[in-house]
Design a binder for this molecule. Structure first.
Ligand SMILES: Nc1ncnc2c1ncn2[C@@H]1O[C@H](COP(=O)(O)OP(=O)(O)OP(=O)(O)O)[C@@H](O)[C@H]1O
Length: 226
């Protein structure tokens, strides 16, 4: 079988606040194979966002192993983790977090420029991605001039700009009305499949979870198959 895109093994995360100790993750194991799209579900406050941040190399676990396309992240310096994140992982949040002073096109070019891609190639890739979500006519607009659905489409294609292997998404359409959420989610799935990625997507919406390859549920700090 081919190398996993993402492998999480024995992940724990404990928060200590004063005398209180909160064991949010208590031994999470998860393997994402290329092309798998996994729904991450579970009640609010059970640690889905915490797990996504750890998988996305934005936070370190208290214990356990994160392996991104064959590279064990625990052994890396912060600089090397950033490089691995930029090249292999894409992240979409519930709120778009686009840079307000830049246009849609510039927002999609930005992660590529940070990763060292030349301006011409970055622009070509951004044009191509914005076209895929029907936003070519809006490429020159700043986020404030775009609708909620359009802003989230830009955030999604921005996450794909550096051709990552894994997309991590935290309620990527949670901020949109039901109809728009359904449409944008469909586009997200189409793009993930089209680009041949794996994805781990937290959602509270059972209908959206049902459109993915499989579902895992956060329960008492571990993942169980749905
Ligand atoms: N930096 C932190 N310090 C202390 N506690 C934290 C921290 N980050 C998260 N927590 C706690 O960890 C628990 C899990 O939070 P998390 O945001 O991961 O849950 P979630 O499943 O994503 O919830 P939701 O579905 O509402 O987004 C919560 O009780 C939260 O208060």
């Amino acid at each position: 079988m081919s190398e996993p895109s993402l492998h999480l093994q024995g992940i724990t995360r404990t928060f200590i606040q004063g005398a209180e100790r909160l064991d949010v993750l208590r031994g999470v194991d998860l393997t994402l194979h290329p092309g798998e799209i996994v729904a991450l579900v579970g009640p609010s406050g059970t640690g889905k966002s915490t797990l996504l941040h750890i998988a996305g190399l934005l936070e370190r676990p208290t214990a356990g192993k994160v392996v991104v396309v064959g590279t064990a992240a625990g052994d890396l310096s912060d600089k090397e983790r950033t490089r691995l994140r930029l090249s292999r992982l894409g992240f979409v949040y519930q709120f778009h977090h686009l840079l307000p002073e830049f246009t849609a096109l510039e927002n999609v070019m930005m992660p590529q420029l940070i990763a060292g891609t030349g301006k011409g190639r970055a622009r070509q890739r951004a044009d191509e991605l914005l076209a895929k979500v029907g936003l070519s006519p809006r490429a020159g607009h700043r986020p404030a001039k775009l609708s909620g659905g359009e802003q989230q489409r830009v955030a999604i294609v921005r996450a794909l700009a550096n051709r990552p292997k894994v997309l991590l998404a935290d309620e990527p359409t949670g901020n949109l009305d039901e109809r728009t959420a359904d449409l944008v989610f469909g586009e997200l799935l189409h793009l993930v499949r089209d680009e041949g990625l794996s994805a781990l997507i937290a959602t509270h919406n059972p209908a959206l979870a049902a459109r993915m390859t499989r579902t895992v549920t956060m329960h008492e700090g571990r993942l169980i198959p749905a």
